[in-house]
Design a protein around this ligand. Structure first.
Ligand code: URA
Length: 437
């Protein structure tokens, strides 16, 4: 395979065929291609884009670069998953996986780590002492068949081509390309052997896609390809101008997820968890009408069953349950705290999710590079949400940090995230649009 020829073809705006994409991914996975040529090739793709057939060929070749999960057919227990393009405070996967299992689905949720301001599901779960996110395919199978759900990381042997490509995209400014994002996300989701996939594509200040139009383009690209590959795929477009829920950070988001599973979490989080589950119920045909599907999902979420299943999942993945329970009871890992107080009375008109994410990242809760370690203790909690009235001096948020100085500095910065006004802002819908094909 001559990558220079492929690179020149793409540079000149022409399309590559199926065999060329397969050869590229095979050579990449075998370690036969130099980084400088792959980086130049990615830049050519970034500027010239890929057509639908090329995006499909690249995605399928990436999926085939490693192991795929295969499931025994069981029409009573379809294999389903949800993927979010990520945001601040987005912890939906944690309560959703056990809820979907409780609804009778098999859920092999392969999740990722956070980068920059976006939190990662694996980082949150790893704040639970002992919880293992490195399961091999046999363990994933066993746990999903026995318990209904797993939340774990990508194995070394699943879609290795994406690991190589993503690492290069990350350092060459080629992440924000719709065909490359589509191929990266869908190659991993297709490797899970799913029947149904619900995508939560976020738009707004703290999202990958800043505008709803960009989010729609990405959603349409992923839904079309998912459908073409035989997975019943749909996407919800949701806003990410304000954080989801009242907490952002690793352990604090576990706590908020447990509150959600106990019927005590914030309303916006519970509503999005229910919405995702309802779309799975509709897409699988279990409950064809969305209103009825929402009622069913809400009722099961509040039944206590998903909370019990969550604990069984933690136990199965090695969590030290005594420590976990004592952390929940005591409010969490020891950290220094500072508060943010309202400088005036009024209404919370907005809370800038990007700034909240930056504060959490800089406290040590997120990563500046893929190699950085995250600190499970730090974060923000008790965030007041848009539309809530506040009195002067009332709490707007609390900060947890490693030192008193860091806590005080973060609290001062976090105040800038709040926009207080004389009137409440107009309500925003939870889901802006649903893309089904
Ligand atoms: N998440 C992924 O897994 N890949 C991308 O390209 C972007 C977000």
């Amino acid at each position: 395979m001559n990558l220079l020829t492929l690179l020149e073809t793409k540079r000149d705006g022409q399309s590559l065929n199926t065999l060329q994409w397969q050869e590229f991914i095979a050579a990449l996975t075998a370690g036969q291609l130099p980084d400088y040529q792959v980086a130049a090739f990615l830049m050519a793709i970034y500027f010239r884009s890929l057509d639908g057939a090329e995006t499909r060929d690249l995605t399928l070749a990436m999926r085939a670069s490693g192991d795929c999960l295969e499931w025994l057919p069981d029409p009573a227990r379809p294999v389903v998953d949800k993927h979010s393009t990520g945001g601040v405070g987005d912890k939906v996967s944690l309560p959703l996986a056990p809820l979907l299992a409780e609804l009778g689905f098999r859920v092999p949720m392969i999740s990722g780590r956070g980068l920059g301001i976006t939190g990662g599901t694996l980082d949150k779960l790893e704040s639970i002492p002992g919880y293992c996110t490195a399961l091999d395919a046999a363990r994933i199978h066993r746990q999903v068949e026995d318990l209904g759900c797993v939340i774990t990381g990508q194995t070394e042997r699943m879609v290795p081509a994406d690991q190589r490509l993503y690492a290069l995209r990350d350092v060459t400014g080629t992440v924000p390309s719709i065909p490359l994002i589509t191929a990266s996300i869908l190659s991993k989701k297709l490797a899970e052997g799913l029947a149904v996939l619900v995508l939560d594509v976020k738009h707004g200040a703290a999202a990958f896609m800043r505008t709803r139009e960009q989010a729609r383009d990405l959603a349409v690209s992923m839904v079309r390809l998912g459908q073409a590959c035989g997975v019943n795929t749909r996407a919800l477009l949701t806003g990410m101008d304000t954080p989801l829920g009242r907490c952002a950070g690793n352990w604090v988001e576990v706590q908020e997820s447990v509150a959600c599973l106990s019927g005590q979490g914030p309303a916006d989080l519970a509503a999005l968890v229910v919405e995702c589950a309802a779309h799975v119920l509709v897409a699988t045909g279990r409950t064809p009408e969305l209103g009825a599907a929402r009622s069913r999902a809400r009722q099961v979420l509040l039944s206590g069953g998903p909370l019990d299943r969550w604990e069984r999942m933690l136990r199965a993945q090695g969590a030290e349950m005594e420590i976990y329970h004592s952390l929940l009871a005591s409010g969490g890992l020891k950290a220094e705290e500072a508060v943010v107080q309202a400088p005036r009375s009024g209404w919370v008109a907005g809370c800038d999710a990007r700034l909240v994410g930056e504060v959490v990242r800089d406290l040590g809760g997120g990563r500046l590079t893929r190699e950085s370690e995250v600190d499970p203790r730090v974060g923000v909690l008790d965030l007041r949400q848009a539309g809530e009235p506040v009195q002067r001096g009332e709490l707007l948020a609390r900060v947890r940090a490693r030192t008193p100085g860091e806590a005080a500095a973060a609290a001062a910065r976090l105040l800038g995230a709040f926009h207080l006004a004389d009137a409440p802002p107009p309500p925003t819908p939870l889901v802006a649009e649903v893309i089904t094909g």
